[in-house]
Design a protein around this ligand. Structure first.
Ligand code: CP
Ligand code: NVA
Length: 308
């Protein structure tokens, strides 16, 4: 079964195939209205469940539109409306949903929920974000980088800020796609050592650098994300702001990167916190291309999941 649970759990050749297929599918739709069907209809007669236990704009809309463009139908479910939110087990939920739908995408809190769903479902399961990782986002980001600058292999990516779920999937991608990643942020918010060690064992240089200016030198891409994620306690807000302010991505920090370096943010952004408006709206920013590419990348992910 082709579950898409994480970047480090997916074969590198398959990841490459998904990115290339996403680029082809995007090209094939150029100039068409958003609601137009693709020429190819791999999801014809397919029903897809999209489960959200946390808020979402991009993931929700891009999956829904993507399924429809490929000829399928969707149902968007909120965790609290389902019996899942009232004590039914994940295993039973997985078994039941598998009788109705052909594919399940879930955004949830604990990674264990995703893993259990995949274990008991008899249809493919896609990770639409957990507290620990966000693989679909990084597939869109790889597609975006390569559209602008060609192969990401061998490039230097700098993550500035919180070593969170999005950062984790970037580190997985470093190992799988063969690029280097420098993390710069406070020690208490370092990325998980297990993920860092895995990428290193795959041959990537993963550097932890406390000085953001040093980190930015020679960067082909600078990435950041919100200082307080959906799973973080709001009580941590003030402390995190104080800790993370030195890692804000502003024009000064961008000036230390390569002159053609890109800036990415998965969105939603807290403007003038983790990144300034000047950077978010500046010439190096590709944040809205990333958002668009969620659609194309996830269509290719769903296609791969349903391949026999
Ligand atoms: N980047 C991202 O996953 O956005 P949403 O939370 O809006 O889905
Ligand atoms: N790190 C953020 C990503 C949102 C898409 C969060 O988990 O809230």
């Amino acid at each position: 079964m082709n579950h898409f649970l994480d970047i480090h759990k997916t074969d590198p050749a398959h990841l490459r195939g998904i990115i290339d297929n996403a680029a082809d599918m995007k090209k094939a739709r150029l100039g068409r209205p958003k609601g137009a069907l693709d020429d190819d209809q791999p999801l014809k007669d397919h029903m897809v469940a999209l489960i959200f236990e946390k808020p979402s704009t991009r993931t929700r809309v891009s999956f829904d539109v993507g399924v429809r463009q490929m000829g399928g139908q969707t149902m968007v479910l909120s965790g609290t409306d389902m019996q899942l939110g009232h004590g039914e087990t994940i295993a039973d939920t997985a078994r039941v949903l598998s009788r109705y739908v052909d594919l399940i995408m879930i955004r949830t809190f604990e990674e264990q929920t995703l893993l259990e769903l995949a274990e008991y479902a008899t249809v493919p399961v896609i990770n639409g974000l957990t507290d620990r990782t966000h693989p679909c986002q990084i597939m869109a980001d790889i597609l975006t980088f390569e559209e602008k600058h060609g192969p990401i292999k061998g490039k230097k990516v700098v993550w500035s800020g919180d070593g969170n779920n999005v950062c984790a999937s970037f580190i997985h991608a470093a190992g799988q796609f063969g690029f280097d990643l420098t993390f710069t942020g406070p020690q208490t918010l370092d990325p998980e050592e297990e993920f860092v060690n895995l990428a290193r064992s795959q041959g990537s240089t993963i550097t932890i650098e406390r000085d953001p200016v040093k980190a930015a030198e020679g960067a082909d891409l600078i990435v950041t994300d919100t200082w307080v994620s959906m799973h973080d306690p709001q009580s941590a807000r003030e402390r995190r702001h104080n800790q993370l302010y030195p890692y804000q991505v502003n024009e000064k920090l961008m000036s230390h990167a390569n002159s053609d370096a890109l800036f990415m943010h998965c969105l939603p952004a807290h403007r003038n916190e983790e990144a300034t408006n000047a950077v978010m709206d500046g010439p190096q920013s590709v944040v809205f291309d990333e958002a668009e590419n969620r659609l194309h990348a996830q269509k290719a992910v769903m296609r791969w999941c349903l391949e026999k």
